[in-house]
Design a binder for this molecule. Structure first.
Ligand SMILES: [Zn+2]
Length: 223
């Protein structure tokens, strides 16, 4: 009985032990973990975000607060910058662009990775990144065209795919490029299971070890 229990426990935990190297390229604050790069929508979460080993502080319309002093403080104290970006579902695009450019300036000055959120604004984001000569960035939850992905990559950017990418017209074409994988979920057991399933799905489609590829690219990007 005793032995059976241990054998059962081992079988249960083995998949998780095996996946200790898994790194979610974009997640939100949940359970404390080193297996995800945690980003925020607003600067109000500075104190929670900085508890994670891989973290960024952001300012997108969904966030409550867009305090550039806090963003700067985060970038100076080991955090990255994100998520930041443009979202056509929200009003006042001029103000959004102003916040986005200020945040990019901070990322550039501090040499941090910018994590970029875009809803139907890839063209404008590309022009801003290229104009400001931003090279260290990641296009999170990418669902645009393959051509646009290649243009972002030529600037120096990383493309990150969440399970939503499967609904994009370009999905199969995007798989020919290097990319990282994300869930965009709060960290926790459910998030790790979703990431594992997503990596397996993409490995089946590409014949590549996507978990390993994504983890390698992310560890380099977060240095
Ligand atoms: Zn997100």
């Amino acid at each position: 009985m005793h032995i059976c229990f241990h054998a059962a426990a081992l079988l249960f935990f083995l998949p998780y032990c095996y996946n200790m190297a898994m790194l979610d390229a974009h997640a939100h604050i949940g359970k404390l973990t080193g297996n995800a790069f945690v980003c925020t929508a607003g600067t109000e979460d500075l104190n929670k975000a900085r508890l994670f080993p891989h973290w960024a502080l952001g300012a997108i319309p969904e966030g409550k607060e867009h305090d550039m002093d806090k963003l700067y403080q985060a970038a100076l104290s080991g955090g990255h910058v994100g998520e930041i970006g443009l979202d056509r579902r929200y009003p006042d695009m001029d103000r959004q662009i102003e916040v986005f450019r200020d945040a990019l300036e901070i990322a550039k000055e501090c040499g941090r990775l910018a994590v970029i959120h875009s809803v139907r604004e890839y063209g404008m984001i590309y022009r801003i990144l290229s104009d400001m000569r931003i090279e260290r960035f990641m296009m999170h939850g990418y669902t645009g065209s393959e051509e646009m992905a290649e243009r972002f990559m030529r600037l120096g950017g990383i493309i990150s795919l969440s399970p939503r990418a499967e609904r994009a017209k370009s999905f199969l074409k995007l798989l020919h490029l290097p990319f990282v994988t994300e869930t965009d979920m709060p960290t926790g057991d459910e998030e790790m299971r979703a990431l594992d399933a997503w990596n397996r799905r993409l490995s089946d489609l590409t014949g590549r070890d996507i978990e390993k590829e994504s983890e390698r690219i992310m560890r380099e990007a977060l240095c």
